[in-house]
Design a protein around this ligand. Structure first.
Ligand code: B3K
Ligand code: ZN
Length: 854
């Protein structure tokens, strides 16, 4: 390990030089690709006499200042040049081999096309540069390549010139008028099918929209372009923000480390978030595409026009943009269901991250490898922090804050503090204590006690908050928590509804004129990312499931109710007592299924019992086998008791063509498998007759709990049908990875040699290895450690090929704290094995060393 140096937020210093203009010229010629970078350098600090540029893994062909060769020093990851000049032109020529670049960072090849990924620090693999987000330059880019193999030559901004060259070559030139940091640079060269459209902005400017996809996929690009148009219209109407260039391009590529990238005017997308038709994509895929297309589009203002001063501020753009994409999805679809999905990400994944070795505030304070910080904390908890601001300010003042933020900072690289300052100044709301959410890590625990004084008609809540120590931060302070609550009468009427400001470690709230003892609906809508502790009785939860005004609160109550039942049975198992489910629980569930007025998608959410990972997050330590058994038992009891209603609903919904109906129908089918094997026939019929992928996959998921001949037959059919469509085969890989069959792991080992799997493609790795480790907890934590070995072997292979993906799928292995000592020992031994690798990447080193407490 040579470069595992942490960087600290507290050490930030302003750049001593900047680059105002950059002329890039690419000659794309395979292994001998050349890049000429002409930078207009300006000295900002007159005492600076050495320009130090970032750079990684490149061959330098020449370095010139104002046209003259100069001497320079090449370090492992930088280049330094002594200079006395205040302003000069620096020309650097580098040579790259994009074909050998398997890390998918910098300039690389995806299925025969050149493409780039520069965030966070990939630009330094293209040329030596001031690769930091607070250096903003105006880019002009010339690309030259073979005409037949690469008919499309794309970069940021507007096209300004193109032409033919000798030897069947051609070139194109692009100019981006908006100064941008290097991480937003993009280049694509390849042969694609192109879908075009147009959007007229509200000030009547025509914007050309283009979606580039692999040849033969044009019919799968329509949903993406429709989503883009919706995003553009929504940002105008809800945030008053209009697009600023004449063209907006999206290119879909097969090899991509994450979902998509918001490069100015030229988004690069993982095909998973572009390609869809009803036969090959599920309703969930459609929803994901709309959300990600929206997310990247919304970055144009929150990220691109106003960017981050340094990478510690990542949540400035990501938390805010996730909040914006969540609002977009909620305005267009079901607000309650979207909120439930967001809450699940926090409770099942973010809470785990926050109590594990990688715990960090939404604005981290120290980083070894920036790519490790594109986390559920920075993104999703970051979005919750913005949501709390929105709750505290209300829509109008929040929007006023946004406007002030753009007025002050358009074209700048700024900090989270700047954002909060704009919100505070525009609204007049004091946000001093609130800012702690940016610097404090860990999940606050909010404990509530109630007390009712019948004589005085007075209801009192005592609310206490504490945040447990986290790995990197011991002292915690009380936070400003917007706490949303409703008090319900015995008849189910709303007696009071309010958002109260919890600010102290312990605080009392008194509600007068409460004429009967209420049932409190607490932390409604998950108004803060905290763990709520309140001793709810079964009656109270059943009451909330029926009467809470908020649909999200009804769902929350069902989760608490069924979780309590599962934990009771874990205790029963440990005491060698018979398992049992209280009839009131079953009745409440049946009531939901019979209720005519509930949104079908909400019913489906309620009937999707909390996952094993969600349950683990509710406990301090877990006996995994007992938890798995208890969960299966409770699911089976509910399903069996509701059998008739599930069958009726299933049949009723069979022909209904909308996503909510399909979601509930598939949930019914899933639960019916727990009742009896007879229902395998339903699944088989559904699979055979399916008119869309949601129904095909729903049938296979229903059958995925155990081995059966029906399952084997349908999985084989699916494979033969889809074997040449990799994205669709990813679902098949995931079905195998998350199967309940005891032989699952054996199958997975064999599947690593299957033609549909490859370690070099991140989607394949995530679908098989990632899905297993994160989604099949019972088998991953196999008592003999075979699950850990499988993941560890994969990580070791990926360490060299693609460290970013390796470090992403390792997550379940570093979160070992809650498991028994023998499992913990095996998990740590796996981490030691990784740590011992001679060429361990920074990405893995950071996570493994933290997990092992080094
Ligand atoms: N900003 C990119 C993520 C870049 C990840 C770099 N490892 C996509 C997004 O959040 O929109
Ligand atoms: Zn983003």
């Amino acid at each position: 390990m040579t470069q595992a140096q942490a960087k600290y937020l507290k050490d930030y210093t302003a750049p001593r030089f900047t680059i105002t203009h950059l002329d890039l010229s690419f000659t794309l010629e395979g292994k001998e690709t050349q890049v000429v970078a002409k930078s207009q350098v300006v000295r900002l600090d007159s005492t600076a006499t050495c320009l130090i540029l970032d750079g990684d893994e490149m061959k330098i062909l020449s370095v010139k200042i104002n046209g003259e060769d100069v001497s320079y020093k090449q370090g492992l990851t930088n280049l330094s040049i002594d200079t006395q000049l205040d302003e000069f032109q620096l020309e650097i020529v580098t040579q790259l081999d994009p074909e050998a670049n398997l890390s998918l960072e910098g300039l690389y090849m995806s299925d025969g096309a050149y493409c780039t990924q520069c965030e966070a620090e990939g630009f330094r693999r293209i040329t030596y540069f001031l690769d930091r987000p607070d250096v903003l330059a105006i880019y002009t880019v010339r690309i030259e390549a073979d005409k037949t193999a690469f008919p499309y030559l794309l970069s940021n901004g507007n096209p300004i010139e193109k032409g033919s060259l000798d030897g069947d070559r051609h070139f194109a030139k692009w100019h981006d008028p908006f100064p941008k940091p290097a991480y937003l640079f993009a280049l694509v060269a390849g042969d694609f099918d192109l879908l075009e459209d147009e959007f007229i902005t509200r000030s009547n400017r025509a914007v050309k929209l283009q979606v580039f996809v692999d040849k033969g996929n044009l019919n799968k690009a329509h949903h993406a372009i429709a989503s883009l148009k919706k995003s553009m219209a929504w940002d105008e109407s809800r945030f008053n923000l209009e697009y600023d260039l004449d063209i907006y391009m999206i290119v879909a590529v097969d090899f991509f480390n994450m979902g998509a990238m918001e490069n100015k005017g030229l988004n690069v997308f993982n095909t998973k978030y572009v390609l869809a038709d009803t036969s090959s994509a599920t309703d969930e895929d459609y929803h994901g595409i709309e959300a990600v297309v929206g997310h990247e589009y919304f970055h144009n203002w929150t990220g691109n026009r106003v960017t981050c001063r340094d990478w510690f501020q990542l949540s400035l753009k990501e938390g805010l943009t996730v909040f914006r994409d969540q609002e977009f999805s909620s305005d267009l679809g079901s607000r309650a269901v979207n909120r439930i999905h967001a809450i699940k990400v926090i409770k099942n994944q973010q809470f785990a991250e926050d109590s594990g070795p990688m715990s960090h505030p939404i604005r981290p304070e120290s980083v070894i490898e920036m790519n490790n910080f594109y986390t559920v904390t920075v993104y999703n908890k970051g979005a919750e922090v913005i949501r709390m601001l929105h709750t505290l300010l209300g829509e109008q003042k929040f929007q006023a804050g946004m406007q002030l933020y753009f007025q002050r900072h358009d074209g700048q690289a700024v900090t989270c503090d700047d954002f909060v300052a704009a919100m505070q100044d525009a609204s007049g709301v004091d946000l001093v204590q609130f800012k702690l959410w940016y610097s404090q890590s860990g999940t606050p625990v909010v404990t509530v006690e109630e007390d009712y004084d019948e004589v005085n008609a007075c209801y009192r809540l005592t609310i206490k908050q504490t945040t447990p120590e986290s790995a990197e931060q011991k002292d915690k302070q009380a936070l400003h928590i917007p706490f949303d609550l409703e008090l319900l009468s015995g008849q189910g009427e709303s007696m009071l509804s309010a958002v109260i400001d919890v600010k102290q470690a312990s605080q009392e709230f008194i509600f007068n004129d409460i004429t009967e003892k209420p049932v409190p609906s607490l932390l409604q809508n998950f108004s803060a990312p905290v763990k709520l502790v309140f001793d709810y009785s079964i009656e109270q939860l059943v009451h909330l499931m029926r009467f809470a005004s908020s649909e999200v609160a009804r769902w929350e109550a069902s989760v608490t109710l069924v979780s309590q039942s599962i934990w009771d049975n874990v205790a029963n198992l440990q005491l060698n007592q018979a398992m049992h489910v209280d009839p009131r629980v079953v009745d409440a569930y049946r009531g939901v299924l019979l209720s005519p007025s509930l949104d079908l998608a909400l019913v489906a959410e309620i009937f999707t019992l909390p996952s094993v990972s969600a349950l683990i997050e509710q406990a301090e330590s877990v006996e995994l086998d007992a938890l798995g058994t208890a969960r299966d038992y409770v699911a089976e009891e509910i399903a069996t008791a509701c059998e008739d209603e599930l069958v009726t609903r299933y049949r009723e919904l069979a022909g209904v063509d909308n996503a909510a109906a399909r979601a509930l129908k598939n949930t019914c089918l899933f639960l019916l498998q727990k009742v009896s094997d007879e229902y395998q026939e339903y699944a088989e019929d559904q699979y055979v007759q399916a008119a869309n992928m949601t129904d095909s996959l729903g049938a296979l998921q229903a059958l995925n709990g155990e081995a059966s001949s029906v399952r084997t037959r349908l999985m084989a059919d699916y494979e033969s049908k889809w074997k040449s469509t990799p994205l669709v085969m990813d679902k098949w890989l995931t079905l195998h990875a998350t199967c309940g069959d005891d032989k699952c792991l054996e199958t997975l080992v064999a599947l690593t040699d299957h033609e549909s799997f490859s370690y070099s493609n991140p989607n394949r790795v995530r679908s098989l290895v990632g899905a297993f480790a994160a989604g099949n907890l019972i088998q991953f934590h196999d008592i003999e450690g075979k699950g850990y070995d499988f993941l560890t072997d994969a990580i070791i292979k990926l360490n060299k090929v693609n460290p970013q993906v390796a470090a992403r799928i390792i997550t379940p292995l570093i979160q070992f704290k809650k498991f028994d000592s023998s499992r913990q020992a095996m998990m740590k031994a796996s981490l030691e094995r990784i740590l011992g690798l001679p060429d361990l990447s920074k990405d893995l080193y950071e996570k493994v060393s933290k997990a092992l407490g080094l």
